[in-house]
Design a protein. Structure first.
Length: 304
């Protein structure tokens, strides 16, 4: 696949309109349940945490409550850490890594740090194992003023009153084989551009903020995660997904300019995790564990 012509929707060189977006949407089939996988898990956490809605995503007749989990007894003198997962609904370990962190580890930080955890930012996409939302928009390029993505706008509204309080924000993601086989060709077709192949990195890596680099924070996460799963090596060009390595397993993006989730908190320490669930060297369980370890390492770095 070398050109957007080969994607099933649209015409080469012509950006999608409403017809093409509707065609794409019709291909997205519900494959799992947000209510069963996420809302039920959050219900079981209510005895230990403050579990509250922060809005709804509404697409036609479908309505998805958006849920956040906060530490009980939030204390103004404690550092605050934001954890987000499921910004891309198909990145399963981010959702389940956030839920497992809450269930298995979050209480251990009670009285030490205030936690705000949003396990599944994009429930419609979670159910369809899709990166985009209902409108064929990427939520993780939509965290900006007047966001066109309901999911992104709702999360920004949740975070805005606390923006000055966060010490760290870790956003949990995956890089999958479908990025190359489906998502990037779809982006090219949607935008009327040619598809240029890329190499999927085999292993865990991080994205730092090029405007606010925090190498010690990234290194602490890499050191912890490498005990659970392997770190992605450099590709033949010496980088990862077209970006130069700034350290082993770390690249950097200008997060705010790109509208990335990790830019919304105003935190000093930010990172986007990327695990590779399609690797022959990693299992889905290892990917979830890597996300959990990454969150714990981020919190512990702040506490140190």
């Amino acid at each position: 696949m070398t050109d957007s012509h080969f994607y099933a929707i649209g015409r080469p060189g012509q950006p999608w309109g409403a017809v093409e977006r509707a065609q794409w949407r019709a291909r997205q089939l519900r494959q799992r349940s947000y209510a069963d996988d996420v809302l039920s898990a959050l219900e079981r956490l209510r005895e230990r945490f403050d579990v509250t809605p922060y809005g709804n995503v509404v697409y036609g007749d479908a309505r998805f409550p958006l849920m956040a989990v906060r530490s009980r007894n939030w204390q103004a003198d404690l550092p605050c850490v934001l954890v987000t997962g499921g910004v891309h609904g198909y990145e399963t370990s981010g959702v389940h890594g956030a839920l497992r962190f809450l269930d298995a580890h979050a209480e251990g930080y009670a009285g030490l740090v205030n936690l705000l955890v949003v396990p599944c930012v994009s429930p419609w996409a979670y159910e369809r194992v899709q990166r985009w939302n209902f409108d064929a928009l990427d939520p993780n390029r939509s965290f900006r003023a007047d966001s066109p993505a309901q999911e992104s706008a709702a999360l920004m509204r949740l975070v805005a009153p606390l923006r000055a309080q966060f010490a760290a924000h870790i956003d949990l993601h995956e890089t999958t084989d479908s990025d190359e086989s489906e998502y990037r060709p779809a982006v090219a077709a949607r935008d009327g551009q040619a598809f240029v192949p890329c190499t999927i990195p085999d292993g865990f890596y991080l994205v730092d903020d090029s405007r606010n680099p925090q190498p010690a924070f990234q290194q602490a996460i890499i050191d912890a995660v490498q005990r659970v799963t392997h770190i992605a090596p450099a590709d033949a060009q010496g980088g990862i997904i077209g970006s130069a390595l700034v350290a082993r397993g770390v690249i950097a993006y200008e997060m705010q300019a790109l509208g990335l989730c990790a830019s919304i908190s105003g935190a000093r320490y930010t990172s986007t995790t990327e695990v590779y669930p399609d690797s022959p060297r990693a299992t889905p369980e290892q990917c979830i564990a890597a996300q959990v370890v990454a969150v714990c390492a981020a919190v512990e770095f702040v506490l140190r």
